[in-house]
Design a protein around this ligand. Structure first.
Ligand code: PMP
Length: 406
């Protein structure tokens, strides 16, 4: 029987807790390096100019507010599919891809988790998640009843990608296990495998019959270029894997709160690939119907306008370079400041890491001192969102770091 009195309290989400603590801090020196959202040079949210244009186009068209189909806006889905797989993808032309509009990347990971858990027998396959990873991966797969294991990803001594650790873990994973792979700009470490390393990962996954579950939340943020950043996904598709992709437009279009995402299933090539895809799509429809009925309309329309208009698409690419360029510049500034202060330790990783985050190597105790003494808010893991730095606060942050590591 359901008895609410037996329900224990759950801890508050650490990152949302951090946001609340930052907002409650009255100091004018405070710095927010917690939230994984782009900030401009004045630490303010940035509406992408191309999104502003698309919004005007949308408003002028005076569209209605009818329900979208269960799978979402068709022209958004097809464009999202082309974006992540490549417009020339053989999987698309062979009609072995199906795509659903989801509640951003989180909803896409959830839908994929639900699909796997519904269509696998007990004992269910393990889901291998990088250690560390976006903490919600563990949470989502546990919620849908899939057992979670972790594979090494990051070497804290060298602050680089741990290829050997990952390969060893994947070589001993039971056949049929699911492996969550960050398509690019790994959260929280900011280190990605090189192209050659991706090839090695694909080979071991093929040999061991492991299922790739891509999480693509930062396309365009790693290199600054959309097509460069989907190398891993395209390579795995070319190798003939059946796989899924959870895609988010939160960061690369700055549509965080509009919740725009996509879930894509790609069947392996072969005689039955089209019927497999049709069957999977029909089951995803059922799952989506009972979860959200149909996805929200506004953000998908905006994304679709940008994705489907060649001129706006080019403007989007420029906006992406504005964001990734500013983040890269801040990495350099922070490193220069730390060098100038002769802060103990090596800080090359700040400039070598990519994407929105840097895994600084600061420990939990140091993070707490930064918060209490310096009003600097960052995740307990030592992750900073580099986008929170700007020319007004980077020197201040560097002196705060210098203080806590001495
Ligand atoms: N995956 C990863 C790795 C992420 O970092 C995030 C955002 N923090 C997401 C998925 C999902 O984000 P959203 O639901 O806002 O698209």
């Amino acid at each position: 029987r359901f008895n609410a009195k037996e329900i224990p309290g759950a801890p508050i989400d650490p990152l949302y807790g951090l946001v609340a603590a930052y907002e409650a801090d009255k100091s004018d020196k405070k710095v927010d390096l917690g939230v994984g959202a782009y900030r401009d040079e004045n630490a303010k949210p940035w509406i992408l100019p191309v999104v502003q244009k698309a919004t005007e186009i949308y408003n002028n068209a005076k569209k209605d507010h009818e329900y979208l189909p269960i799978a979402g806006l068709p022209e958004f889905n097809s464009a999202a599919q082309r974006l992540v797989l490549g417009a020339d993808s053989v999987a698309i032309s062979e009609k072995r891809v199906c795509s659903f509009q989801t509640i951003s990347g989180t909803g896409a990971v959830y839908l994929g988790g639900l699909l796997v858990s519904q269509f696998t027998a007990q004992p269910r396959p393990y889901v291998y998640i990088s250690s560390p990873s976006w903490p919600i991966h563990d949470q989502i797969f546990a919620t849908v009843g899939l057992p979670v294991r972790h594979y090494p990803y990051f070497r804290s001594d060298t602050k680089t990608f741990d290829l050997e650790g990952m390969m060893q873990s994947l070589s001993s994973a039971p056949k049929g296990s699911i492996v969550v792979l960050h398509a690019c700009a790994h959260n929280p470490t900011g280190v990605d495998p090189t192209k050659d390393e991706w090839k090695k990962i694909a080979a071991i996954m093929k040999t061991n019959d492991l299922f790739p579950f891509f999480d693509c939340a930062y396309q365009g943020f790693a290199s600054g270029y959309l097509s460069e950043d989907n190398f891993a996904v395209r390579y795995f598709v070319d190798q003939g894997f059946q796989l899924v992709i959870a895609q988010s437009f939160a960061k690369n279009l700055g549509l965080y709160g509009q919740r725009v995402g996509g879930f894509h299933f790609v069947a392996e090539p072969g005689a039955n690939s089209q019927s497999t895809t049709t069957n999977v799509a029909s089951q995803l429809s059922l799952l989506q119907r009972s979860e959200i009925s149909s996805p929200p309309i506004f953000g998908a329309q905006i994304a679709s306008i940008v994705l489907n208009d060649p001129k706006l698409f080019t403007e989007w690419e420029t906006d992406l370079l504005t964001m990734s360029g500013r983040i890269k510049k801040m990495r350099k500034c922070l490193k220069q400041e730390l060098d100038r202060l002769q802060t103990p330790g090596t800080w090359d990783h700040i400039v070598n890491q990519i994407g929105m985050f840097s895994f600084t190597g600061l420990n939990c105790a140091q993070v707490m001192v930064l918060r209490e003494r310096w009003h600097v808010y960052m995740a307990e893991t030592g992750r900073i969102s580099v986008a929170g730095l700007n020319e007004h606060n980077v020197a201040y942050f560097a002196s705060a770091v210098d203080d806590v590591v001495r």
